[in-house]
Design a protein around this ligand. Structure first.
Ligand code: PEP
Ligand code: MN
Length: 263
């Protein structure tokens, strides 16, 4: 059970020496999509330079339009693993098909379940049946209760290594891509024993809001922040408007590092 009433102690998800949920705070950084070995390795180099230990990158991209770049698939996972091994980074990547969960075990350190699949119950059960950490994103318009129940599907199969990720929800507001529900963080921390991350890239969809929202996430008690970084966002095959380039990433870390709790 994910309820804190059933288990008062915090669950700690340990990857690559990072103890997510132990009171310290960390970053998950990387491109929206894996586009090539060179692109992924370039971001990994910057991540290492900034002390980041977990690299993200989409291989199976759940795109709104079927005509948009769908990701490199298995080839993308292979690139991520190679880059992760070369740079000493843990790898997180989204899996969209229950049949790919087993395959993913060979390539990723954390399985990501995306917003569009938060209520893909077969996917949740498949992720619950393996022994690999899972980062579960809040659904596009999911209530906190639905979000907690989705995590329950994973833990019900025996996998308690779950990180919850607030990534904004659909509201009437169009100034941001989604509306970051910052109060979900303390609510999820109170209601569950699981670590909670905030994805500032997909919640805001705005590069100029990444620093202030990340500050808010750290201040309100999130266990970490996810953000997208690309060597040249202007030519990115997805989420070109919101990924940071290396200078912006450098600035981002400079502004946030002093606020990060370390254990
Ligand atoms: C992502 O992190 O790559 C992604 C697609 O995000 P979300 O599922 O939150 O939209
Ligand atoms: Mn993206």
């Amino acid at each position: 059970l994910v309820s804190r009433k059933k288990k008062p102690e915090d669950t700690i998800v340990e990857v690559n020496g990072v103890r997510i949920g132990d009171g310290s705070q960390s970053f998950i950084i990387g491109p929206c999509a894996v586009e090539s070995y060179e692109q992924t390795a370039a971001v990994a180099e910057q991540a290492v330079k900034q002390g980041v230990k977990i690299l993200r990158g989409g291989a199976f991209k759940p795109r709104t339009s079927p005509y948009d770049f769908q990701g490199l698939g298995l080839e993308g996972l292979k690139i991520l693993r190679k880059v992760g091994d070369e740079y000493g980074l843990a790898i997180i990547s989204e899996i969209v098909n229950p049949a790919d969960i087993e395959t993913a075990l060979d390539y990723v350190d954390i399985i990501q379940i995306g917003a569009r699949n938060m209520q893909n119950f077969e996917l949740l059960k498949a992720a619950g049946a393996v022994r690999k950490p899972v980062l579960l994103k809040r659904g596009l318009a999911a209530t906190i209760d639905e979000f907690i129940n989705a995590a329950e599907y994973i833990i019900s199969q025996g996998n308690d290594q779950i990180i919850l990720c607030e990534r904004g929800i659909r509201t009437y507001e169009r100034a941001t891509r989604n509306t970051l529900d910052i109060s979900a963080v303390p609510i999820l921390k109170q209601e569950t024993h699981l670590p909670v991350f905030v994805d500032v890239t997909h919640s805001t969809g705005r590069r100029d809001l990444l620093v202030p929202t990340a500050k808010a996430a750290l201040a309100i008690g999130a266990d970490g922040v996810m953000a997208e970084v690309h060597p040249d966002p202007a030519v990115a095959l997805s989420d070109s408007a919101q990924q940071m380039d290396f200078d912006q990433f450098d600035q981002f870390i400079k502004e946030l590092k002093p606020l990060v709790k370390v254990n």
